[in-house]
Design a protein around this ligand. Sequence first.
Ligand code: BV8
Length: 224
Amino acid sequence: MLLRMNIVILSGAGLSAEQGLGTFRDTDGLWTRYPLEKVATPEGFAADPALVHDFYNARRANMRAAAPGPAHEALARLSRREGVTLVTQNVDDLLERAGAARVIHMHGELSRALCHACGARWDAPDVMAPDDPCPACARSATRPDVVWFGEIPYHMEEIEAALVAADLFVSIGTSGTVYPAAGFVELARMAGADSLELNLEASGGRFDEVREGPASRIVPAWVA
Ligand code: BV8
């Protein structure tokens, strides 16, 4: 059982891979099927909003058809403990559906929509299209509420405050290729935290300890 300590947990696509949501950079990953520049950048959205909406509509349908797994349930239980901060790069809602107390979605959420004209946010419908009117300003300027490359991740101040106060930093199911998330382990180590990676295969980042295996097995074993 984990002693009473400040723990920051960062998760990536590997946390939800076994639930059918796929990853980005594994052999059959999303970025191998959709060029990142076309579907995960503001420029790609400006060039072809319909393609981007199709990409996120497909992922939203996938997410809504999926269910949380043992790793999500274990993290949800742990998140209700004082001193535990759950940060995720994932845009799915499986941790919330597993009962997690609070999830910090630094790359946004598939289940939310954003108006890039007035900044309004609302619960995304199953299918979004470029000419959907914004419920607040009525302009056709709606987009998925996710953070694309070149955009500023959400909740950075809160995340950085948690990292500098951490006794333990745990990275789960992420390749550590996307910044600023990939730099969190260094931030936590500089602040004196121990670091642990739980991943199918070690990402090669600088962790004090690495445990390899599928999240559905190694995350509940670590939380227990
Ligand atoms: C920023 C959108 C400044 C949502 C994503 C030039 C211009 C501008 C910026 C940059 C630039 N050059 C570099 C940058 C920085 C850039 C960046 O890092 N680029 C990379 C490619 C080098 N970052 C940004 O642009 C970010 N913004 O820098 O703003 C700033 C910074 C700080 C403060 C203020 C301002 C914005 C990045 C966000 C991009 N959006 N997605 C969506 O569509 O989902 S990124 C995308 O990659 C997802 O969010 C995903 O979460 C993220 C990371 O991928 P992973 O989750 O790690 O997934 P991956 O497939 O890579 O790996 C899977 C892992 O799972 C593997 O380790 C595998 O072993 C493991 N696994 C698989 N199966 C299992 C498993 N583990 C356990 N069990 C299993 N069963």
